[in-house]
Design a protein around this ligand. Structure first.
Ligand SMILES: [Zn+2]
Length: 563
């Protein structure tokens, strides 16, 4: 049993301290006397702070919220690695609600004008009060941060199907003085969302952050999100999304991944395709605002709009992929092409074998082939972060990621991963700046990708990329026995059609790289944590060995097996 009264007392003390503490140091100074045997760990100024005291009284501060992890140590899921995810979510939610309010008020002003014309000028609209659903709230830390850090949020429904988690959320909401805004519900998230949709209790933002795939919850989320509202979804089953278990990927997302070094962006595009596809069934369409791959998960933020006509356009934003597993050549195969006012089935593009190495191409997809970010929205996020970064512990990583996302070429769905492409022919890697310079001199665009270190997006066709590598191999020959291998001979055999110039160009590098921004997490950041443990009497034992095997396999597929 949880020691509710003592824990609650401790939280109230902390909440009081939060109200009067003007800085992190002040907060720690005030907190210290009330906990015996206090130890403190600071990862960096303004970063997550962990304060340990007596057993079961460990408190964590993140953003403007305090979490009593002592309640949650082995029963409720809390993952400190996800701080970046929560910081980004708070930043996006605030910016999105500002945008939503402006657009709503513009619509209301037009309605008001029409009413005035009809002789009813005095009717007023109620002020905008945002409702947010945190469908899998776990400890409630994210819900509390939404309530505290987004001024337009009037109510956060923090739901969890686990009773222990619900107790933790209530206590954490009390500790943060936001119990009036954080409404705790204890039910299956799918039932809650579908019932809310039926009752027209719309949410202006819905957050899905489950273990594994968000796909089982998407149907409900699409039904309860307001017109133009925000849907945030995380998927941690990256093993499936990155090209393993094709049948499992198709079962969850209606698409298959391919084995290609650009798998992280492909996984984002599969999730977006799935969301667009499900939205289409409800005569809705999606507007991706920002899509992020980080660590063990992908997370997408998108606005959901009603509109049957726009929903039909989804077919033009989806494509299959043709992938060569030998030289990493990957091409899009559209599903439809426009013809006057209708859409016709698209013709097959190219042959069934790879132009570079002659290998039979593999098919995958469909994937989302349109923009995955809204650059104007990302600019607002960066601006808001610069205005007040004190509530974001991972602000340096946030700034680096958002800058990289701004730099990405918007119309290139894939990228080349340096460490993989040079391995194909076993040549010396081309130093990054020389590779950028060769593309620059040849007149092509290129950019980094936030998905992967040492990777590059470019509008240069794949045969041009291989021509550059062929020129490099002429200057830096590979071993003769390697060169005689059939697949390498096929790739390096043709004479390059361009003469690559590897001379360093002063403008060849990207801003985020030149300015040495923190673009990827530093070493030591690990993947997902284990699922929350249940107490022995809460856990029903597997009836057979097969059940145990099935549980282990599912945990691996969902990406939650790492502690
Ligand atoms: Zn090939």
């Amino acid at each position: 049993m949880i020691a509710c009264s003592s824990a609650l007392r401790t939280f109230r003390n902390i909440a009081g301290f939060c109200a009067v503490a003007s800085s992190q140091q002040e907060f720690s100074r005030l907190l210290r006397p009330c906990i015996k045997g206090t130890r403190r760990f600071f990862s960096s100024p303004g970063h997550m702070e962990v304060v340990e005291g007596e057993a079961d009284k460990t408190m964590i501060r993140e953003g403007k919220a305090v979490l009593a992890a002592g309640v949650a140590t082995d029963k409720v899921f809390y993952n400190p690695v996800q701080e970046f995810n929560r910081d980004l979510s708070c930043l996006v939610l605030s910016a999105f609600l500002d945008r939503f309010k402006i657009r709503l008020e513009e619509k209301q002003a037009k309605k008001q004008a029409r009413r005035a014309e009809n002789g009813n000028p005095n009717s007023e609209f109620p002020p905008f009060r945002a409702r947010v659903l945190d469908a899998m709230a776990a400890t409630g830390l994210r819900s509390c941060r939404y309530a505290l850090q987004s001024p337009l949020v009037a109510e956060v429904v923090a739901n969890d199907s686990d009773e222990t988690a619900c107790q933790a959320i209530r206590l954490n909401a009390e500790a943060n003085n936001c119990a009036d805004k954080v409404i705790v519900t204890h039910q299956d998230a799918r039932r809650l969302m579908i019932n809310s949709g039926f009752d027209e209790q719309w949410f202006h933002a819905v957050d899905l952050d489950p273990f594994g795939s968000a796909s089982p919850f998407v149907e409900g989320a699409l039904q309860c999100v307001a017109d133009g509202g925000l849907l945030m979804a995380t998927c941690t089953d990256t093993a499936i999304l990155c090209g393993n278990f094709a049948e499992a990927c198709y079962a969850r997302y209606g698409a298959t991944a391919v084995r290609n070094p650009a798998h992280h962006e492909i996984s984002l595009r599969i999730v977006l395709y799935y969301l667009a596809n499900r939205a289409m069934h409800h005569n809705k369409n999606i507007e991706p605002l920002i899509s992020v791959r980080e660590g063990h998960y992908v997370r997408v933020f998108l606005a959901v709009h009603r509109g049957a006509q726009e929903a039909k356009q989804v077919v033009m934003k989806a494509s299959y992929m043709k992938n060569c597993t030998v030289c990493h050549n990957i091409q899009l195969q559209p599903i439809c092409e426009p013809h006057k006012t209708a859409f016709y089935n698209a013709s097959l593009s190219g042959g069934s074998t790879c132009d570079i190495c002659g290998t039979v191409m593999k098919i995958g997809g469909p994937i989302w082939n349109a923009n995955i970010h809204d650059n104007a929205f990302v600019t607002i996020l960066l601006s808001n972060l610069d205005k007040d970064s004190s509530q974001y512990g991972t602000k340096d990583l946030l700034r680096g990621k958002l800058t990289m996302i701004q730099e990405e070429l918007p119309d290139q769905p894939f990228y080349i991963q340096s460490k993989d492409i040079f391995k194909v022919v076993h040549c010396l890697p081309i130093p990054s700046r020389n590779f950028f310079s060769a593309l620059h001199h040849a007149g092509y665009k290129y950019s980094p990708t936030h998905c992967e270190l040492d990777s590059i997006k470019t509008n240069a066709p794949f045969d041009v990329v291989w021509d550059i590598i062929r020129c490099w191999v002429k200057q830096n020959p590979i071993a003769e026995n390697r060169r005689s291998e059939p697949k390498i001979a096929r790739i390096l055999g043709p004479e390059p059609k361009i003469q690559a110039n590897f001379t360093l160009h002063p403008d060849a590098d990207f801003g985020s790289r030149k300015n040495k921004m923190l673009r990827f997490p530093t070493a030591g950041v690990k993947g997902p944590m284990a699922r929350p443990k249940r107490l022995p009497w809460e856990r029903s034992p597997p009836s057979t060995e097969d059940d145990t095997d099935a549980e282990v396999k599912k945990a691996k597929l969902d990406g939650n097996n790492g502690a």
